[in-house]
Design a protein around this ligand. Sequence first.
Ligand code: ADP
Ligand code: MG
Length: 315
Amino acid sequence: MAEFDLIASIRARAATRGDVVLGIGDDAALLRVPTGRLLAVATDTLNIGVHFPEDTLPDAVGWKALAVNLSDLAAMGATPAWCTLSLSLPEGDALWVERFLDGFLALARDHDVALVGGDTTRGPMSVCVTVHGVVEEGRALRRDGARVGDDLWISGTLGDAAAALSQWRAGGAAEPFLRARLDRPTPRIALGAALAGIATACIDVSDGLLADLGHLCIASGVGAEVRLDALPASPALAALFTDETRHVLQAGGGDDYELCFTAAPEQAEAVRTAADLAGTPVTRIGRIVDGAAVRALLAESNEWTPPQHGYEHFR
Ligand code: ADP
Ligand code: MG
């Protein structure tokens, strides 16, 4: 199918919103930002073979391309509103695009996100999404607000996606629950919004807990201690891996798209209430300390040196 037929098929399925003055079809979209709100913008690219295995189904590619972007808005405490989609495809495969849109637009519908534009080109398969959201001024969850003495929290469970990837790389089919966590991550939008005004700092875990926590610590000028025995594990992960392998996957595996955040200890009840409200479990996994180091502890003071902190391109 040719470029403009593909664009027409995307346009035909994209939903809109009342604040979209002009969507797909012109040189730029026109969007109404509510007065008194800041516009939050994030962009993320998925490349085949780098960000998703070659055998990933097209609807999972679509879901994940939007999910990893919404996860960035969640980590800011922002409410998503609009997105653009830049598709690079080796051929104009109309059926692939339809299945891709099944996943992409299902998640967009869940969060009332309107697809308002994009680009469609020929090249190696690559999907770049930009998301736009809004957040009340002064309530955004930034990386630079963590203070010494704060509790360190994580949402959901860690290590599932990395476990699926390791099973896939070993040549076997990944366990279905773990594979679903790799293919269809859940952006913690409701939790991020509920934590605005409670958490002191927040980051979403995409490259690995210790690596991303390291970014938060550098931005805040603090160190952190993480208790490995406190890291939340899904039943599938706990059943299929030894504690030692599990710790490696959870501390540095990546692709989790959980929120790692800090809050003053006296806010612990407020954090739990926010988590209940959002319907997302949270676990206290450590604390913010003086210094600049992120240390992982096996027990009270038994330091553990991870084989990897997380994923980095070009390394
Ligand atoms: P231009 O030549 O101005 O870059 P295009 O021909 O690339 O415009 O796109 C035409 C219209 O279709 C634009 O409004 C653009 O935003 C939209 N569009 C193109 N590709 C996509 C896509 N993959 N998803 C959503 N909208 C798209
Ligand atoms: Mg274009």
